[in-house]
Design a protein around this ligand. Structure first.
Ligand SMILES: Nc1nc2c(ncn2[C@@H]2O[C@H](COP(=O)(O)OP(=O)(O)OP(=O)(O)O)[C@@H](O)[C@H]2O)c(=O)[nH]1
Ligand SMILES: [Mg+2]
Length: 330
């Protein structure tokens, strides 16, 4: 049977991406983000074609509460990196963009320099429903960026626990941005963020804020001291910097590369990626199931009835699951 996806000629698209063509890359990501079943099928084929050319970038996740300075930092850091000869892609995971109908993250207004930089590629968060859905699309976009020769991928996310875990699960280095004087310096600790952070960077250490930033850094250092680090080869550093003046940006990046070198030598980066691949597989499978539950007409009609029967005690949950599994054709 001729599938509709064969109408999309993937070869020129894939070739364009491999040539580093940013317009083709943008088109490919639009395809990856599409919910049309034929597009999704083509997208899966495209990812498979690109796969051998992926995996070479340094993947960095960046989180911080709204206003922490993520966009400003990415603009400055990204520009610093393209200046050093890197090609930088910026992606975002923002599940709230589905609610607001537009993406707040990776906003182009606060990344003016980077957006105009021929060696950078900035893409806002996909606005597809669930966090799982958004994450799946961002992961694939990351692979496409790598195939297009971007050797640094920065993935921005909002400071909420769930999306932070998701971004930490798709990156090699997870950077937590903090601001001094937010009242409760150890806010991040309570959320468990510090347990997944590979570095804490306190932004806005400029002007009157320098002392406050240093004091905040001391508090974080003391708090980190009592936690056991994720890796025996890496104790997350706490640094201060200013995205506004650029002070400390070079040192920030130095820490990222030092982490990269040490954990590559110890084999932990490779191990982290292997574990991530398997996690991605299961996350994608769950997403596929969830989407089937939501879109399959028979199931869609059946589920409310099943839920009603279970809630009324007429049907046991186990038998309801049997019916769902049968309807799914498993
Ligand atoms: N003084 C000072 N202000 C900064 C610095 N970095 C960012 N800002 C300011 O902080 C505000 C928020 O910066 P953004 O980069 O938009 O912060 P964000 O984390 O991307 O915010 P959301 O996208 O809303 O989550 C802006 O007014 C910036 O100009 C800095 O290093 N020093
Ligand atoms: Mg922002």
């Amino acid at each position: 049977m001729q599938s509709k996806s064969s109408a999309i000629d993937l070869k020129p698209l894939a070739d364009g991406i491999l040539d580093g063509d940013r317009a083709k890359l943008a088109r490919a990501i639009t395809l990856l983000e599409s919910r049309r079943p034929d597009h999704q099928k083509a997208a899966r084929q495209l990812v498979q074609i690109l796969l051998p050319e992926t995996g070479r970038a340094l993947r960095v996740g960046i989180t911080g509460v709204p206003g922490a300075g993520k966009s400003t930092t990415i603009d400055v850091l990204g520009t610093y990196l393209t200046g050093k000869g890197h090609r930088v892609a910026v992606l975002a995971v923002d599940p709230s963009s589905a609610r607001t109908g537009g993406s707040i993250l990776a906003d182009k207004t606060r990344m003016e320099k980077l957006c105009a930089d021929p060696n950078a590629f900035v893409r806002p968060s996909p606005s597809a429903g669930t966090l799982g859905g958004v994450a799946a699309k961002t992961r694939e976009a990351m692979l496409a960026c790598e195939a297009a020769g971007f050797d640094v991928v920065l993935v921005e996310t909002v400071g909420t626990g769930q999306s932070e875990t998701v971004v930490s699960d798709m990156t090699d280095f997870f950077l937590a941005l903090m601001v001094p004087g937010a009242g409760d310096e150890l806010q991040g600790l309570k959320k468990g963020l510090v347990e997944i952070a590979d570095m804490i960077a306190i932004n806005k250490a400029d002007g009157d804020n320098v002392q406050r930033a240093r004091a905040a850094a001391a508090e974080y250092r003391a708090a980190l001291h009592i936690l056991s680090p994720r890796s025996p080869n890496w104790t997350p550093p706490v640094i201060t910097y200013s995205a506004k003046t650029g002070d400390g940006i070079a040192e920030l990046w130095e820490k990222v590369t030092e982490h990269r070198q040490r954990l590559t030598a110890s084999g932990e980066i490779a191990e982290r990626r292997r574990a991530q691949q398997v996690k991605w597989m299961w996350a994608m499978f769950e997403e596929r199931l969830r989407s089937k539950l939501a879109t399959d007409p028979t199931l869609k009609a059946k589920l409310p009835q099943l839920e009603a029967s279970v809630s009324a005690g007429r049907l046991s949950p186990a038998l309801a699951v049997d019916e769902i599994v049968e309807a799914l054709g498993l």
